[in-house]
Write a protein that binds this ligand. Structure first.
Ligand code: ZN
Length: 380
């Protein structure tokens, strides 16, 4: 049902390279994919003929070279990504370059599966109406243990879902090819294809927010774990054993380092349950000792967790992301000190970069999964 003429492994490799690195010349594509220039031309010709890839003047100017570089015609097809939380569905329509073209959302009164599917369908219908081209597919991102290949949400504590065949339900309701993915892994796919991981052979994406998530990318593969679990950085027991985690265990990184954990500690210290995140940031900037200590403790545990990550997996790059990482300066020194103390040998060379994100990026991650599937030639 997809419109793109991607029929061979070579055409997938070429299309993906142009998607991630375009505008790009045929020589560069051949070098990056290991194909001959003739094979690149053969692979790209049907895409050029169908208008999904363009060559020429505009693209040449963008790279400043008198060649005929190739770009993906981002507006030639569109996809939809939806992020489901416990009380909302947020959707975005994007072109093939994952740039957001339109947004839609619906509130949820519960995380009942039927209600969520209806809300996702309403979001999809609204976005389809504003799409300039037929929509190629819909991706849905949720937190928890998700089997992307099977299209099943195996366990989402936040939504209280177990073994929900969500991709089938969305496909039946919308008539679009659908896929589901864990939200942090979906964000990792975005960074891998379009972001900080575009030029890295391996990287880890660490999200700091209400929870602590981690996606691990090696080449074009995201580690999913043989049992569906991988990169659970938030539940490594590196903290003191005195704080209960949302997972029911104690001593987890998340139990002291999530934004909720930091806020709880400051609230308890000030005996004020009404303190907001903004209050917490303000107190910490004003050198309030309780707030400073809560952020520093979080920073130390995060730094130890990042060192553990670097020691175990050796990624080229660690990308720290989250809606509040603009306040990362409150504990950056503690993170870096703890990282330097615990990173083993050359693991200290692992670069740590910040990448603040906005809430739409979760839905955009789901859209990117569909784009990635198109580039891979998956039927859904
Ligand atoms: Zn935990």
């Amino acid at each position: 049902m997809r419109q793109l003429p991607l029929t061979s492994p070579a055409s997938h490799a070429v299309f993906r390279r142009i998607l991630s690195h375009g505008p790009t010349g045929r020589v560069d594509i051949a070098r990056a994919t290991g194909l001959s220039q003739a094979a690149v031309t053969k692979a790209v010709t049907p895409l050029l003929d169908a208008g999904f890839v363009v060559a020429g003047e505009a693209a040449a100017q963008a790279v400043g070279r008198p060649i005929s570089p190739l770009s993906v015609a981002a507006g030639r097809a569109h996809v939809i990504g939806v992020k489901v939380t416990s009380d909302h569905t947020y959707g975005v329509l994007t072109g093939l370059d994952a740039r957001i073209v339109a947004r839609a959302e619906r509130a949820l009164s519960s995380s009942n599966v039927t209600e969520v599917v209806a809300a996702v369908t309403a979001v999809v219908d609204e976005l389809r109406d504003s799409s300039p081209t037929p929509v190629e597919g819909v991706g849905v991102a949720v937190s928890g243990d998700v089997d992307r290949i099977g299209g099943v949400v195996r366990d989402s504590p936040l939504l209280r879902w177990h073994d929900i065949a969500l991709a089938d339900l969305i496909e039946n309701a919308t008539g679009l090819a659908a896929e589901v993915e864990n939200d942090v892994r979906a964000l990792t796919v975005t960074e891998q294809m379009f972001g900080a991981g575009r030029n890295a052979t391996s990287f880890a994406l660490v999200t700091i927010g209400a929870g602590i998530g981690c996606g691990l990318s090696f080449g074009e593969t995201i580690l999913t774990g043989a049992h569906g679990v991988s990169g659970e950085l938030g539940h490594i027991p590196l903290a003191d054993d005195d704080t209960l985690c949302s997972c029911g265990r104690t001593g987890c990184v998340e139990a002291v380092a999530s934004t909720d954990a930091v806020l709880s500690r400051i609230r308890a210290g000030h005996d004020d349950e009404n303190l907001t995140s903004a209050d917490a940031f303000r107190l910490a900037h004003a050198e309030d000792p309780i707030a400073r200590s809560a952020f520093e403790r979080a920073g130390e545990v995060i730094g130890s967790a990042l060192a553990t990550l670097a020691n175990l997996f050796g990624p080229e790059l660690i990308v720290i992301s989250g809606e509040n990482v603009t306040e990362y300066g409150l504990y950056e020194r503690c993170v870096r000190d703890a990282f330097a103390r615990h990173a083993f040998g050359a693991a200290q060379n692992c670069e740590i970069v910040l990448r603040p994100h906005v809430f739409d990026d979760w839905a955009r991650g789901a859209a990117t999964c569909v784009i990635e599937s198109i580039a891979r030639g998956r039927s859904t």
